[in-house]
Design a protein around this ligand. Structure first.
Ligand SMILES: [Fe+2]
Length: 273
């Protein structure tokens, strides 16, 4: 699996605290089936993104990584004026593995009325916007039509793996699943911040998607689409725009005994902020 959103670089933001926690996060990712992890340190009001510092930490993390786990650099780009200007000047200093794809986080305090125009300013610079974890944004949960509009205009959505399996509470889980069922999700990523809470595991969410919608659909969200991003390839329009999944009919025993079921899944873990 390819995970396009995680905070495993040590001491650079609110992710891994030190090299030991970074190494443990890498071990957890590899042990649960991830083969490519993109480091996405925050670029926001609290944390300044310095690609040179991040690259040096990435080189150190590579030396601690289990065999078979590729590590590359991106960032968690907060949609704010300074960032937009900097990204227009040197677009690829912020993108995922220096591709055209930019992981964009919106404020959960305010959604600017001109957000679509701000996306447009980034797109004028050749960037492709991936909106990160909309399911965890209470303002967006109240305005799903905005997300529909943006997706119809070609913006991509990344949902959090642990949101799908219930770790952020029922409202977030249900909205994540609604987006998925409506064919609006293009990537599932961990947004991992540590080795204990918010870990870089994707396997449980993948299992849930496989049980609900089948292996092909899960493959697209956990491998095919995110791999196209890190390899800077175009996502084929039919693959992106026509990704409405078809529910898989599971036997009753599997629905009752499966790890998260399909009809009325059990939340895993307690909500975090
Ligand atoms: Fe993040």
């Amino acid at each position: 699996m390819v995970d396009i959103h995680s905070h495993f670089l040590p001491g650079i933001d609110d992710g891994a605290r030190d090299a030991a926690e970074c190494a443990e996060m890498l071990r957890i990712a590899a042990a649960s089936g991830t083969t490519h992890l993109v480091a996405t340190p925050h670029a926001d009001y609290r944390f300044h993104h310095d690609p040179e510092v991040a690259r040096r930490l990435l080189d150190e993390a590579r030396r601690a990584a289990p065999p078979g786990l590729d590590l590359t650099l991106g960032c968690d780009f907060h949609l704010m004026q300074d960032n937009i200007e900097a990204a227009r000047e040197t677009p690829r200093q912020f993108t995922l593995n220096s591709s055209r794809y930019l992981l964009v986080e919106l404020s959960d305090m305010v959604i600017f009325p001109n957000t679509g125009e701000l996306f447009g300013r980034l797109e004028e610079a050749g960037l492709r916007v991936i909106i990160s974890h909309p399911e965890r944004n209470p303002l967006l949960r109240q305005r799903p039509s905005l997300l529909r509009e943006w997706v119809d205009q070609g913006r991509l959505l990344q949902v959090t793996a642990s949101a799908l399996t219930g770790e952020w509470g029922a409202a977030t889980r249900n909205f994540a699943r609604k987006l998925l069922a409506e064919g609006m999700v293009h990537f599932i990523a961990s947004d991992a911040h540590g080795a204990r809470g918010r870990t870089p595991r994707l396997d449980q969410a993948r299992r849930w998607v496989e049980l609900s919608y089948g292996e092909d659909f899960a493959l697209r969200l956990f491998e095919t689409n995110p791999r196209a991003v890190v390899e800077d390839r175009n996502l084929d329009p039919p693959e992106v725009l026509n990704c409405k999944p078809v529910a898989v009919r599971q036997p009753l025993w599997r629905r009752l005994l499966g790890p998260f079921g399909t009809a009325s899944p059990t939340p895993a873990g307690s909500p975090k902020t």
